[in-house]
Design a protein around this ligand. Structure first.
Ligand SMILES: [Mn+2]
Length: 329
């Protein structure tokens, strides 16, 4: 990161300054963890931060918000706060469209707009961009800001940073897992964060219905092309039977990729409205996003999604030829 942007941000963080921090829609551990840690940094400098997100805090991440400071956007309650803010900071993204319901209020505000991020191709909207595309996570960027400011963060903020780092590196397995990421983890552990306790909070937290849904879904997996293509289906009737309506199925498909032979995986989940949500995953150079885009979806090369306006069986037969072709590449 250019030190100039880092210093420009810290120059804004003065006593009494009102900050609104936010992250992208469907917030993850990196977005939430970075917000909580940055709020602690700002408070340590005497500024007045507030965290307002378009989407509610996911239940699995609620333990990070010990003080209950993450708020969900309510125009009546937060409209005036955004209008009166000295600075609005988007963490872990720079795409204004991903501000969700906050976007109009952010655009209308006279506040200084800042994005603190690690994704490539930043949006030009922000008046200050603290961007480090080489960073494993936004948490790493915020961690470095705290160091530059020589601010000692409280234990809850250190745990929040650790959660962001672990989340975005896929528990230290993705290509983004750099020496700097491990150095940051080491420093957090030295400062008192317990990896075992964090693992228990972040991973050993699924419900009975989720565990049974995982088993039943993997148990009925179709392995095609000698396992190169894995098809998973989650019919509505199964979800209802197990009482698993609110369960997030995104990790079930990742689990299926542990099959050594697998190259492509697809999970078809029948929604309450009769449409079918399709999650796609691939390994290496195989590009599932190409398939997703052709059907009105999107995402990344190795992880994409689509919502198809047809029943599960029809969705499966509609995508099957393209998935077989991709898996055979
Ligand atoms: Mn991130």
């Amino acid at each position: 990161m250019a030190a100039a942007e880092e210093q420009a941000f810290l120059a804004l963080a003065r006593p009494g300054r009102r900050f609104v921090l936010t992250t992208h829609i469907q917030p993850d551990a990196d977005g939430i963890g970075s917000e909580l840690a940055l709020a602690a940094l700002l408070r340590a400098r005497g500024a007045a931060p507030r965290i307002v997100n378009a989407d509610p805090l996911p239940a699995a991440l609620a333990f990070l918000d010990e003080a209950g400071e993450v708020e969900t956007w309510d125009p009546a309650a937060h409209g005036p706060a955004l209008a009166a803010a000295d600075a609005i900071v988007m963490l872990d993204n720079s795409d204004p469209a991903r501000l969700g319901a906050l976007e109009p209020a952010v655009r209308a505000s006279a506040a200084r707009t800042v994005s603190i991020d690690h994704h490539p191709d930043p949006d030009p909207f922000w008046s200050l961009l603290v961007l480090r595309t080489g960073a494993s996570s936004t948490a790493e960027v915020v961690f470095d800001l705290a160091r530059a400011a020589t601010v000692e963060l409280p234990p809850a903020a250190l745990r929040a940073l650790y959660a962001g780092l672990v989340g975005d590196t896929g528990r230290f397995r993705f290509g983004s897992t750099s020496a700097e990421a491990f150095a940051m983890a080491a420093e957090l552990v030295r400062a008192g964060v317990s990896p075992a306790a964090m693992f228990a909070r972040m991973e050993e937290c699924v419900s009975g219905p989720y565990l049974r849904l995982l088993g039943r879904t993997l148990g009925s997996a179709e392995l095609l092309e000698q396992g190169r293509l894995v098809l998973l289906t989650v019919p509505r009737a199964l979800v209802v039977e197990l009482g698993a309506q609110a369960e997030d199925t995104s990790e079930i498909i990742n689990e299926s990729l542990r099959l050594g032979a697998s190259r492509v995986a697809a999970l078809f989940r029948e929604q309450e409205d009769g449409r079918t949500k399709v999650s796609l995953r691939s390994k290496g150079p195989l590009d599932v996003n190409r398939v997703a885009r052709r059907h009105g979806g999107g995402g990344h090369r190795n992880a994409s999604g689509i919502v198809l306006g047809c029943p599960l069986d029809e969705a499966r037969s509609r995508l099957l030829p393209e998935l077989l072709e991709l898996a055979a590449e």
